[in-house]
Design a binder for this molecule. Sequence first.
Ligand code: FAD
Length: 523
Amino acid sequence: MARPIQKIVIVGGGTAGWLSAAYLNRAFGRKVDITLVESPRIPRIGVGEATVPTLRTTFSFLGMEEADWMPKTNAVFKSAVRFNDWRKPHEGRDSHTYYHPFFDVPEPAVRNYEKPFHKRFGRGVSLAHFWLKQRLAGDTRVRETFGDAGMALQRLCELDKAPKPLPGTDAPDPHYRYAYHFDAALIAKYLRELATGRGVKFVSADVKSVSVDPRGVIEKVVTDTAGEIEGDLFLDCTGFRGLLINQTLNEPFVSANDVLLCDSAVALPARHQEGGLRPYTSATAKPDGWIWEIPLADRDGTGFVYSSAFTTPEKAEQQLRQHLGGRDHDIAGNHIKMRVGHNRRSWVNNCVAVGLSSCFVEPLESTTIALIEYQLALLVLHFPDSDFDERRKTRYNELMVSAFEDLRDFIVMHYTLTDRDDTEFWRAVREAPIPASLEEKLTEYAESVIIPDGSQLRLFETRSLWAILSGMDFDFKKAPPSVDLMNDAAAWEMFEQIDKEREIYSAGLPSHREYIEALHRGL
Ligand code: FAD
């Protein structure tokens, strides 16, 4: 007879391992015994410092309070990604810049506005469609209103504002969506203390071998200093090594390097830029790749992402240091070989791969920690008993591949829409094949048939698609037929009202630095 899972063994203690330990412990309490084994010798990947807004729900599930965990991990807010130079500059400009904001339209605008209009047309999508209609008609006002650096949402980023008012003030809270930047080493430490404080067992040892029975079921891991550790369910959180899933169970890895050419990165800490504390991640395209800059409370995390087919690690590090213009710390760069793609199956027998051992898209848009959250939520939903019902695993694996492919398409889109042709790298990017699924989506976007599918993981919904498509000057062919029904005057009025409200909110929002300093003082 099937019995409940009693013992989970997690191998690996990076963000994936410790987030898994804390999450499963929160979900199951002390009904399930959880042990995490981490090598004291094998370093974590050492990057992964920008997130997306889903993490707020996960941290709140874990009972984590911003006032407690943010100062301990040098965390700050992230309200957007700013893309620099992903296309040639517009006429008359020196550079091309656009934002992918997380900010949502503030709530009261919905309430104040005439209800029937909303009921009929909704918001967001219809305003975006209206914007598209005006743009196709050559109305220059829309460039200033929506979809350009003058956009009100982006102004909050340019002004280095925090996404919410300081507690205890009278300023209205617009309830903007936001995410975080944090120190990767410190967040793993924080999660470790949280999880072990709640009963997760921690073993500091190297897993030297894995015992598997003739059916391919893992029985135990054998460590160098802590003996053997048996379990019912094993989580592989060993990063790109995939010690259990790939090296032991021989599950094949399906590479996505044919459509995403970047396979390498070099990371460096740097001093902050002059001026305010930026509330966004920057992704700046360079001749041979792109550079991320992630402001934290005490430093910037930076890195250069490139394809080894077009540049060497030395040149990549040189380009990064050059970009940083003397802000780089005088230490060796952290050179990383990236495994871009996904396991054919992330759950095999009694082993579930979580984190980099499962799949990795590429760092643009900071999606891997969100994928870890998704994997854990799915695992709890499909949690097995000792029977390990094949149908549950199959469903889980199908959902994971589908989530991966959707994200892959979203990331490839950023590259596909470039018109850069200044180097071999960008010419190769433009000539790289694009997934058939993305080809189909782009045709739909061009003809304004955008139908987000709520049944699967869609980290990036319509508003994000619009940010990228409009930012990258996508060649829209037509506006959706529904805009012909729209009351243009009412739509303009709504834009103006939203803009006014944003100004009011913005006036009440503290600077990002002010908020973070207050957090460090204990708010
Ligand atoms: P790792 O951090 O590599 O941890 C592996 C763990 O396994 C370590 O603790 C190691 O000691 C242990 N281990 C390995 N072998 C053994 C063994 N034999 N015995 C015991 N323990 C073992 N994600 C985001 O969400 N946002 C970002 O901005 C972002 N940027 C990225 C930039 C780059 C260049 C890359 C490559 C990734 C980025 N990611 C990002 C992904 C993010 O870094 C990872 O998802 C996250 O750090 C989780 O990694 P991990 O825990 O799976 O692996």
